[in-house]
Design a binder for this molecule. Structure first.
Ligand code: AHR
Length: 533
């Protein structure tokens, strides 16, 4: 059962009114900047797992499904609309078993290999196909082209478990060296990509505490130094990413940074970001579509653990990296539901996102915005036919999920200055196993670019709207456009049969001024775009 209590999150104006008044308050301090919201915070992740690559992104050049050079056209169009700036590939756990040389050269001559995930009990039961036996039809050139087609930068995860450092610097050479100057660059050009891909982001392994080598943190620190001791630049400002902690594993962060800098803090120059992974799982929280109201609150509360994870790891990093030269990255996040809603029996971790997942997307992106001074990139896992996906595809069928709508709405924050904002509303007290967690009734973020103020806000209440006062401190608005993603049913989702079941609705608030009231629908994600006077 949920208990409700009123928690005023800020001092002054936002004092509690009454224990039963279902009211919310939002106060936006337009003169109190936090940091620039990098569009990279809305990045994506694509792994050779289940239906992400084969059928999701790659349909093949000869396919009857509309494609651009083998890449699904509908996906390209939808991604362009999101203005995505970065996509991670090829894993995930797959990355540490991947030989990038398997995925280059004429496609007909590329080898087939057992996929990393072939032993997963789900895959053992799955029919044979490219999900089990990797055909390498989608490799570095194809991924580079996908990124070019959608206007995003590639973020490649290197294999630290089963390839030597030489492969990392040769992969960089293959991607970034000028054609005509190096045999590897010529091999790239021979596949049709004369212009270098200019790959800046390189992950030095993935989950090196687990599938990426099962290292202890100090062992991984030594490997990280070895793999990054020399890398060719070709004029690209390489941004190297360390395999950070699994959720709340502070020991991994502390011990890594201690060992990494044992020869001096100059080592910190070799790392752009430290990549945390956090999934809110479904244990005790039903399945993707079939869940109770208690499951709703429980999973949303788990998703909000992202905030203490960011602040805790940031503090631990700061014990050694006192100037915070290294920033945080969250290159895998999302809800991880039990199997049962995948669109094909070989699509490992495939799931059908609902409104609950949309709220998790919004709560998480808002958290990143509020910590825009610490987090420089995040990659939701995964793009299509997988965990927390934005798209579902099966052959010629292709739909967007509620998560897609959140990313589309939140793109309005790109490049804007996050500003301090206080949200206050009755909170939910949620039981999670032996623990009692608190879920804020309202949560969100605000940002300012020129005269445009964007407020995004989530009402986590499964059944009650919130009459909310919104106060602008230091500004007044002449207009407000409102976009709301909501549905009377918290289980609402799109399907191939009903592709537009979940939709965004638009409205306006006339003359908002410096304070106005907005009734925030139950279980909703909202974006207000305010034009300041
Ligand atoms: O996203 C699925 C898997 O989750 C990734 O391969 C791995 O990095 C993580 O454990």
């Amino acid at each position: 059962m949920q208990r409700r209590n009123f928690l005023g999150l800020g001092a002054g104006l936002l004092a509690a009114r009454s224990a039963r008044a279902a009211q919310g308050h939002i106060e936006i301090f337009v003169d109190e900047p936090i940091g620039t919201i990098s569009p990279d915070l809305h990045g994506h992740f694509t792994e050779h797992i289940g239906g992400v690559i084969y059928d999701g992104i790659w349909v093949g050049e000869g396919s009857k499904i509309p494609n651009v050079g083998g890449i699904r056209s509908a996906l390209i169009d939808a991604m362009r609309a999101l203005k995505t700036t970065v996509v991670r590939w090829p894993g995930g756990c797959f990355a540490d078993s991947y030989d990038w040389r398997d995925g280059i050269g004429p496609r007909a001559q590329r080898p087939r290999r057992a996929n990393f995930w072939i032993n997963d009990p789900f895959m053992v039961k799955a029919p044979d196909g490219p999900q089990k036996y990797e055909p390498n039809q989608f490799g570095t050139n194809e991924f580079g082209r996908f990124c070019r087609l959608i206007g995003a930068q590639p973020y490649l995860a290197a294999n630290l478990r089963s390839l030597p450092p030489k492969d990392l610097y040769e992969w960089i050479e293959y991607c970034n060296a000028p054609a005509g100057q190096s045999s590897l660059a010529d091999a790239r050009a021979a596949q049709g990509d004369r212009d270098p891909f200019g790959v800046r982001f390189w992950g030095v392994g993935n989950e090196s505490w687990g599938c990426g080598g099962d290292f202890a943190p100090d062992e991984y620190a030594v490997e990280y130094r070895r793999y990054t001791a020399w890398l060719p630049k070709f004029g690209v400002d390489l941004a190297l990413v360390g395999s950070g902690p699994n959720g709340g594993d502070i020991d991994w962060t502390r011990r890594f940074f201690a060992k990494f800098t044992e020869k001096g803090t100059n080592a910190l120059r070799k790392m752009y970001g430290w990549a945390l992974h956090y999934y809110c799982g479904t244990s005790g929280a039903g399945q993707a579509i079939d869940f109770t109201v208690d499951d709703w609150y429980s999973l949303l509360a788990k998703a909000t653990r992202m905030e203490p994870l960011i602040t805790d790891h940031w503090a631990a990093m700061g014990e050694i990296d006192t100037e915070h030269r290294v920033k945080l990255i969250v290159d895998e996040w999302g809800a991880w539901h039990r199997a049962g809603t995948e669109v094909h029996p070989a699509y490992l971790f495939g799931q059908t996102p609902t409104m609950r997942d949309a709220l998790i997307s919004a709560l998480t992106l808002d958290t990143f915005h509020r910590h825009a001074d610490k987090v420089v990139m995040a990659n939701v896992a995964q793009l299509i036919n997988n965990l927390h996906c934005l798209f579902l595809a099966r052959e010629d069928k292709f739909i967007v999920t509620p998560n897609y709508h959140v990313f589309a709405l939140y793109a309005a924050h790109h490049g804007a200055q996050a500003v301090r904002t206080i949200f206050a509303a009755p909170a939910h007290s949620v039981r999670d196993g032996d623990q009692q967690r608190r879920l804020a009734g309202l949560a969100g973020s605000a940002s300012l670019k020129g005269k445009t103020l964007v407020l995004t806000v989530v009402n986590t209440d499964a059944g009650q709207p919130l009459e909310t006062e919104i106060a602008l401190r230091g500004a007044s608005a002449k207009s407000a456009r409102v976009s709301t993603l909501a549905d009377a049913d918290i289980h609402a989702h799109n399907s191939f049969a009903q592709p537009d079941a979940v939709q965004v609705r638009e409205g306006n608030i006339a003359s908002p001024g410096s304070a106005f009231t907005f009734r925030i629908p139950a279980a909703s994600v909202n974006r207000l775009v305010l034009e300041l006077e």
